[in-house]
Design a protein around this ligand. Structure first.
Ligand SMILES: *[C@@H]1O[C@H](CO)[C@@H](O)[C@H](O)[C@H]1NC(C)=O
Ligand SMILES: *[C@@H]1O[C@H](CO)[C@@H](O)[C@H](O)[C@H]1NC(C)=O
Ligand SMILES: *[C@@H]1O[C@H](CO)[C@@H](O)[C@H](O)[C@H]1NC(C)=O
Ligand SMILES: *[C@@H]1O[C@H](CO)[C@@H](O)[C@H](O)[C@H]1NC(C)=O
Ligand SMILES: *[C@@H]1O[C@H](CO)[C@@H](O)[C@H](O)[C@H]1NC(C)=O
Length: 421
């Protein structure tokens, strides 16, 4: 037993990384609780888990599905061409039903399923009117619900009040009913990307009542203006690929904790000079708009994406109106390819932004059908060996741009995880 125990522990720990599929929790812990930052030491696993890692009798499992013996609380029914949801035994906590042909979510499949914490129903054929009313609300332990890539026309409701992550991307949603977001006080991540939402459905809908919301994804919808009511807790906002043309002056004051903001592929011609001067902003993506002028860069900003705009001069006086040697600007990377620059950024920039590591100039547009290159398509500051090591460790986005790299799409897709929370 003395020798067996460590082996069992090892298989538990290793197995957990394979089967649990809780990709997001590590990130969340980092932000929510500094003390919980470390991996739980083996000794924190409740002793009952050691005692019965392999149950004497095989636990109940739907015949269509697979329940791994070492993880009897998970039921895998994905990629099986299922047309209906199998009966779910009462001890199951994780239910994987992605990639099937399921059209309906019926109360009767869930009568015994009171322990469920996580359901993955993505990549099915579920329509809103085929979800039994209250079927999810009854699952009082549910924290994570994946319904992306279905045929939903609206947010299912009611939903359980303890829900933390709701993923509804790639559906056909064109409306959000007033009740849908009510009482979802524990939701930290809401993904509504790739739907058909228009302004009138977002207005007056109280995202602001979701007081734990940290990440809101509204990319690839049909929004022409920014959502008016967002909660104070928000850290990540994704609005790329809409038709937003206007940012109100003090728009971000109601959620000043914002860390990353994606507004690429919109229709912005100008922005208020001080609107992005926010204390915690680290990533700002305004690529593929029609901006002509730069704006005040906040001290915290590290990565600035401005590719494919109409900027003729990167006016450093505007970006950095004053220098505070005790509070250095944090900017390390600027992307400005596909603009109308005729000269590199003034070297004064390196006094204002002493941490700059690279500026990606790429190709510039002289006229609509003519492209040109500045003498140096990529500016790289010489790094000391220590700085170089640090840059390598941090996997900075700019490390992916070198002189040979002609892929102008670059890495702008994944500089923050779209499903962080
Ligand atoms: C629910 O549990 C009861 C008692 O164990 C069982 O008889 C019944 O078949 C179960 N129903 C479903 C839908 O799993
Ligand atoms: C749910 O399924 C999708 C595939 O559709 C997968 O990418 C995702 O990781 C799954 N989520 C969980 C928590 O298992
Ligand atoms: C919401 O989260 C808090 C803190 O984690 C928890 O105490 C509370 O029970 C949760 N609410 C519901 C309805 O589950
Ligand atoms: C932008 O959104 C449209 C739908 O509004 C979608 O068809 C298209 O694939 C999206 N483009 C990108 C790059 O995501
Ligand atoms: C930069 O902006 C300042 C303030 O608007 C202006 O006075 C200056 O002429 C501009 N510099 C360039 C090079 O356009």
């Amino acid at each position: 037993m003395g020798i067996l125990n460590p082996l069992l522990i090892l298989s538990l720990v290793f197995g957990a990384t394979v089967f649990c599929q809780y990709d997001f929790d590590e990130f969340e812990d980092e932000f929510e609780d500094e003390l919980d930052n470390e991996y739980p030491s083996v000794f924190h696993i409740p002793s009952v888990e050691y005692a019965i890692p392999y149950p004497a009798l095989p636990a109940e499992c739907a015949k269509e599905c697979f329940c791994p013996p070492a993880f009897p609380k998970s039921m895998y029914c994905d990629h099986r061409k299922l047309r209906t949801i199998p009966n779910i035994p009462s001890h199951i906590q994780q239910l994987y039903l992605q990639y099937n042909d399921i059209e309906a979510v019926l109360l009767e499949s869930f009568v015994n399923a009171t322990a469920l914490r996580e359901i993955n129903l993505s990549h099915n054929k579920i329509k809103s009117d085929m979800i039994d009313t209250g079927v999810f609300a009854k699952l009082s332990n549910l924290v994570q619900l994946h319904l992306e890539h279905n045929l939903l026309e609206e947010i299912p409701f009611p939903l359980p009040r303890g829900l933390e992550r709701l993923i509804l991307g790639f559906n056909k949603m064109s409306k959000i009913s007033t009740q849908a977001l009510e009482g979802l006080e524990n939701v930290t991540m809401l993904d509504l990307c790739n739907n058909n939402l228009v302004d009138s459905e977002i207005k007056g809908k109280h995202f602001s009542s979701m007081q734990s919301l940290m990440q809101l994804n509204l990319c690839s919808n049909r929004l022409e203006s920014l959502p008016p009511e967002l909660p104070f807790s928000l850290l990540y906002l994704s609005l790329e690929n809409n038709s937003v043309s206007f940012i109100p002056d003090n728009y971000f004051q109601k959620f000043p904790k914002i860390i990353a903001l994606r507004l690429s592929h919109n229709n912005l011609h100008e922005v208020p000079y001080n609107v992005f001067n926010l204390p915690n902003l680290v990533e700002l993506n305004l690529g593929h708009n029609k901006l002509q002028q730069v704006f005040h860069i906040s001290r915290s900003l590290q990565h600035l994406y401005l590719e494919d705009n109409d900027i003729e001069v990167m006016n450093i006086t505007l970006m950095c109106p004053s220098i505070d040697p005790l509070n250095l600007n944090q900017l390390t990377y600027i992307r400005v390819d596909q603009n109308k620059l005729t000269a590199p950024i003034s070297t004064y920039a390196f006094f204002c932004f002493p941490l700059i590591r690279s500026i990606y100039y790429g190709e510039q547009k002289i006229s609509s059908n003519q492209r040109t290159q500045l003498r140096t398509p990529v500016f790289r500051r010489y790094l000391t060996p220590e700085e170089y090591d640090e840059a390598e460790e941090n996997h900075e986005a700019e490390e992916h741009y070198d002189e040979q790299d002609q892929d102008h799409r670059g890495r702008d897709e994944d500089y923050f995880d779209p499903y962080l929370y």
